[in-house]
Design a protein around this ligand. Sequence first.
Ligand SMILES: Nc1nc2c(ncn2[C@@H]2O[C@H](COP(=O)(O)OP(=O)(O)OP(=O)(O)O)[C@@H](O)[C@H]2O)c(=O)[nH]1
Ligand SMILES: [Zn+2]
Length: 359
Amino acid sequence: MSDDSDSEIPDLVAADLKKVPITIITGFLGAGKTTLLNYVLTEQHGKKIAVILNEFGEGDSVEKSMSIGQEGALYEEWLELRNGCLCCSVKDNGVKAIENLMSKRGKFDYILLETTGLADPGPIASIFWLDEELCSDIYLDGIVVMVDAKYCKKHLHETKEDGSINESQRQIALADVIIINKTDLVNEDELSSLRQEIRSTNSFAKLHETQQSKVDLSSILDINAYGGQGPASMENLFGQRGYSKTDVHVIDKSVTTTTVEVKGSVNKACLDDFLQQLLWEKNVNNSEGNPMEVLRLKGVVALDDVDRRTVVQAVHELYDMQFTTPWGEDLKKGTVVFIGRNLDHAVLKQQLESCLVSR
Ligand SMILES: Nc1nc2c(ncn2[C@@H]2O[C@H](COP(=O)(O)OP(=O)(O)OP(=O)(O)O)[C@@H](O)[C@H]2O)c(=O)[nH]1
Ligand SMILES: [Zn+2]
């Protein structure tokens, strides 16, 4: 556009228009999240990252901070560091802090957020994933979970008094990337048994192993796990080398991954209904009569009235569909990954198949 006023507009404005990715770093107490963020803040990596440390999302503070215009102390103060990063520590009101951060646009091009070790990343992820207000500025790139090589197994096996899924399992279920940190504290046997256990909980997350949380930043940033395309997107995951399907025919009381494939196109209304019964009503039972508890769901399906691949994702109750690349000559099919508890592969398959439309 040729408009004289253009020359008046500083470069910042152009940068302003780009959405900023946010990566959530979660993981159990003491696993090495802050170590990772300190590493990001001090290394020369040429990226301008805004880092938000700790204590965000504790208890119901998420709800609290979402009510806009509410009075409340803001603890944040943004520090600009020598390597170009911005840093801030927030005790509460995390969403508000991020809104304030957005007024510093142009000074950073990425946000990393550390949650408390006890946090279930679900509610926080949901805010950044589908919140309309925030989403016009930022988008959720992925969830990175740090686990402690020495204590992770113990945490995974802890049982909650009310029988609900423990935090460690929840975190691993929602992870797009899992970093097994503190590998110096375990031997190869312990490490491989932990690896196996994590894999059986979440077969899809990318696994990395580190000491002092020193991970290649490219493996945690810009993975686009919630978008249609990108390194951790559905299309790439399903084409991924080394990906082995876990056909769970045994109903498992722990959190596991199961993958269901159907050949053909499904009806959207039927799929919506199935997802709502499963995720909202929680009344899709396994063959033992217990409701399946799904924490995370992702997949690519063919809808009968859409020519493009449809990426379907859910985090807890929230789900979303996005249309991506055209099917072209490819045989239409659906692949959906469920991560949760009490999953019954046969029932899930039968439910999806009941939505198939014959052509
Ligand atoms: N042995 C060993 N210790 C590590 C490693 N990485 C981090 N630590 C130490 O583990 C302790 C906890 O690390 P943090 O980075 O504070 O962990 P965190 O996940 O942020 O902890 P919380 O915020 O309390 O949940 C610190 O004393 C670190 O120095 C590692 O690879 N090996
Ligand atoms: Zn920390």
